[in-house]
Write a protein that binds this ligand. Structure first.
Ligand SMILES: *[C@@H]1O[C@H](CO)[C@@H](O)[C@H](O)[C@H]1NC(C)=O
Ligand SMILES: *[C@@H]1O[C@H](CO)[C@@H](O)[C@H](O)[C@H]1NC(C)=O
Length: 429
């Protein structure tokens, strides 16, 4: 009998696994071909393509040549090409960040082109074409999100971000040493990549966690899977996106607290907007093209940021969210009440706080997390006097390095906690 059950199980799993393995892809192109193209698309991203097939496509392909390859008949690609041919896109060899409205807009335009492709040839050709023409950072952002979400790339593994952009994860000094070693054809060199800061800073005791390559990558994945700008017209509904946003950060914070306790550090304090920000940060990393990541000194006062927003706007948004939690309902744009005093409430609250397109009322509850990220990452040059690029908070893979990012998320987590505390405790079952 047991054997029969096992056989049946094997047959079952076999039946479901085989199609994935053999003719797995909806468009018939084998997954290994896609993986090959993806690997080469990101290989030495700041240099020209090294794969002959892709390099050929980059030269000969015309994105507008045959618009029947797009599900939308070419609407998205026409939009992008219009911006491109009129020279309105950000140039290559320039820093780009997702907290810059225009940079994000351009990256999403390219993302939409990928998502409209009916088959792999369309994705690979557009990928090759635009890789050689749009800003590299924007290309990475768009292509990573598309690969994560397109039905054509469900079996493609994304290259590790620390291999695509090692300069975001490694001290400038180490990168320099690596170039030198390459220049001099030295082999088997071991580089020491220390954490930023010194033991004179007590926060340094948990730098190993904040600056961990895995934590940075994990943080990137949280956002890749749940982009705040996601719309269901891209293909499907992301289940419990808002709740995931809460849950993922809650887990990260709990672990951070545990690491702090183990290192005799006080518990994490939430970010106070009207008190000096105690923790400074020296990233010691450099943009590939552009100046180093800016240094933030200790004890700065948080400033309003020109053309981005005022610190007080964050407080207004929070007040409205606190009100909603106290009432037990949120109001959508038509003024209808949506009850949040239930299992589903945390999901709605998460959408609102994440600044998600899923938010039932973006006009009223605003874009708390994106605004807070953007205000914080500009604190080193809030009046844009010195043309400095944004800090590590502007990049998903480097955000956890900054102690201030954790304090901000603690503040956000406390809002969720206020909601959770209104719910009845779990019963025995
Ligand atoms: C890293 O730290 C060690 C020990 O403190 C030191 O000897 C070494 O020079 C440092 N390396 C770098 C790249 O900062
Ligand atoms: C937040 O939303 C407002 C209103 O939609 C918008 O003007 C502003 O640019 C947004 N800020 C950020 C940082 O996304």
């Amino acid at each position: 009998m047991k054997l029969l059950v096992i056989l049946a199980l094997v047959a079952l799993t076999g039946a479901s696994a085989w199609p994935n393995f053999m003719s797995d892809e909806p468009d018939g192109v084998p997954a290994h071909q896609k993986q090959h193209d993806v690997n080469y698309a990101f290989y030495k991203i700041f240099e020209p393509l090294r794969d002959n097939n892709l390099a050929e496509k980059a030269v000969s392909f015309n994105p507008l040549g045959d618009v029947s390859m797009y599900k939308d008949g070419g609407v998205a690609v026409r939009h992008l090409m219009d911006e491109f041919t009129n020279g309105r896109l950000l140039e290559k060899k320039h820093w780009a960040v997702a907290t810059n409205k225009r940079h994000l807009e351009e990256a999403i335009m390219l993302f939409e082109v990928f998502m409209q492709c009916r088959d792999w040839n369309c994705v690979a050709s557009n990928g090759a074409y635009f890789r050689e023409r749009v800003n590299e950072e924007e290309f990475i952002y768009a292509a990573y999100h598309a690969i994560k979400h397109s039905p054509l790339t469900q079996h493609v593994v994304l290259p590790a971000m620390y291999e695509v952009k090692p300069h975001h994860f490694t001290k400038t000094q180490v990168i320099e040493e690596a170039y030198e070693a390459k220049e001099m054809k030295l082999r088997n060199i071991i580089f020491q990549n220390n954490f930023t800061g010194t033991p004179n800073d007590i926060e340094q005791r948990v730098a190993y966690y904040r600056e961990d390559v895995g934590v940075g990558t994990h943080h990137l994945m949280i956002h890749l899977e749940n982009p705040f700008w996601w719309k269901d017209t891209y293909g499907y509904h992301i289940d419990r996106k808002g709740e995931n946003f809460f849950y993922a950060y809650h887990q990260l914070l709990n672990r951070y607290e545990a690491e702090r306790i183990s290192n005799y550090l006080p518990p994490l304090q939430e970010l106070k907007l009207d008190e000096p920000l105690k923790e400074g940060f020296t990233p010691q990393t450099t943009y590939k093209f552009g100046p180093p990541f800016p240094v933030r000194n200790d004890d700065i006062h948080l400033h309003d940021v020109d053309r981005i927003g005022r610190i007080h706007e964050v407080v207004h948004m929070e007040d409205r969210i606190h009100d909603a939690i106290a009432h037990g309902y949120v109001e959508d744009e038509q003024g209808n009440k949506i009850n949040i005093d239930n299992d589903h409430g945390i999901d709605i609250l998460g959408d609102i706080i994440q600044s998600s397109m899923y938010s039932p009322n973006r006009k009223y509850y605003g874009n708390l997390t994106t605004l807070a990220y953007t205000l914080l990452d500009h604190q080193t040059d809030p009046k844009n006097k010195y043309d400095t690029p944004p800090g590590v908070l502007a990049h998903l893979e480097t955000l956890p390095r900054d102690p201030a990012a954790w304090r901000l998320h603690k503040r956000i987590d406390n809002i969720f906690r206020e909601h959770i505390d209104t719910l009845p405790p779990y019963t025995k079952e």
